[in-house]
Design a protein around this ligand. Structure first.
Ligand code: NDP
Ligand code: 8X3
Length: 316
């Protein structure tokens, strides 16, 4: 019994060690009879620490950080690497960004520096001024998460409003491309042809178009084409081009689609268990946290009831 307690104690100490690893710091652990039984949990801990270390000191820009996936991504980065990180939080709603910055500070403390910036990605002038107006300490950007995006309406051609068409393209496509062009010169100045990550949020809608979503689907298909071409253009560099394609995620997305009609938005998820924005944030941070030579080039993430935009199992 005494021996059992001693073994448990040594394992507990190791799991809470700041190194999170057994090999170099605890040679006695390998001879511990309980080591093998606990190894999976210990390995998991080691991976998390490696990811935190790789992200340490990075400066990250997130577009559309005021809500949904962007907001969750900011928090997930902060939680994963809380000691030394800079987060540039952008969107049109500056009050929500200030609130997010406060929440991050309360949760992880002063190790994560946040900079909320009001930025409308559909406005090319605002993007042009974005990098030059950043404080010096936030200019060495390492990761751009191109997340800002939206859908408007469910109209079919020829009933699609010109305004909806324009806002979807200028945000989801031109906005994403302009942000990429604004940040890439920073990456390209670095050795080995350049360094940094561009993480584009696409969608299942860019892989399989559906009626009533023609423009939104076309914008996400454009994101996919741009992303693939960019990866090929930058093949001689260390710049990683990553695409994350979620299926159904419950955020403000459907409220925006139905022009603020919450009842219609809720009906989209009736009988389903959609993904949460945190589910996608974890994948984004995982992709950014890989070893430099590893590119999570493409992902498709569904909730378990979904297999395509139309293949949904509803419980009622
Ligand atoms: P939300 O509506 O919750 O968030 C969208 C974000 O984009 C908000 O922060 C919004 O901020 C921002 N945004 C919209 N227009 C602009 C603009 N012109 N300039 C700057 N920011 C803008 O939706 P999600 O979190 O779901 O959406 C995030 C991304 O995920 C989008 O690209 C979306 O297409 C994609 N996606 C979503 C899925 C889903 O089912 N929810 C599935 C697949 C992909 P603000 O209004 O303050 O500007
Ligand atoms: C959002 C997914 O299927 O609602 O990108 O268009 S869908």
């Amino acid at each position: 019994m005494k021996c059992f307690r001693a073994c448990c104690k040594s394992i507990k100490l190791l799991r809470h060690s700041p190194f999170g690893t057994l090999s170099a710091f605890a040679p006695s652990a390998r001879t511990n009879p309980f080591y093998n039984a606990f190894q999976p949990a210990l390995t998991k801990r080691t991976m998390a620490t490696a990811m935190a270390k790789r992200l340490e000191g990075k400066t990250i820009v997130i577009t559309g950080a005021s809500s949904g996936i962007g907001k969750s991504t900011a928090k997930e980065f902060a939680r994963t690497s809380p000691k030394n990180l800079k987060l540039i939080l952008t969107a049109r709603r500056i009050d929500s960004l200030n609130q997010l910055a406060q929440e991050i500070k309360e949760e992880v403390g002063e190790g994560v520096k946040t900079l909320p910036v009001k930025l409308d990605v559909s406005n090319p002038e605002e993007i042009k001024n974005f990098v030059p107006s950043l404080p010096e300490e936030f200019r060495e950007i390492d990761i751009l998460v191109n997340n800002a995006g939206l859908v408007k309406g469910v109209a079919k051609a020829p009933e699609i409003e010109a305004e909806d068409l324009n806002v979807m393209f200028s945000t989801n496509v031109t906005g994403l491309i302009n942000m990429t062009q604004a940040i890439l010169p920073i990456f390209k100045k670095r050795e080995d042809g350049g360094r940094g990550d561009i993480i584009n949020i696409g969608s299942i809608a860019g892989r399989e178009a559906y009626p009533g979503g023609s423009i939104y689907c076309a914008t996400k298909a454009a994101v996919k084409s741009f992303t693939e071409a960019l990866r090929k253009e930058l093949i001689a560099s260390r710049i990683r081009i990553i695409e994350i394609d979620p299926g159904q995620v419950e955020t403000e997305f459907s409220v925006v689609r139905f022009y603020g009609d919450k009842q219609k938005a809720d009906a989209v998820y009736a009988g389903c268990e959609p993904l949460t924005p945190d589910d996608i944030a974890e994948v984004i941070v995982f992709a950014a946290g890989r070893r430099e030579n590893v590119v999570i080039a493409d992902t498709l993430i569904f909730p378990s009831h979904q297999a395509s935009p139309s293949a949904m199992h509803r419980k009622n």
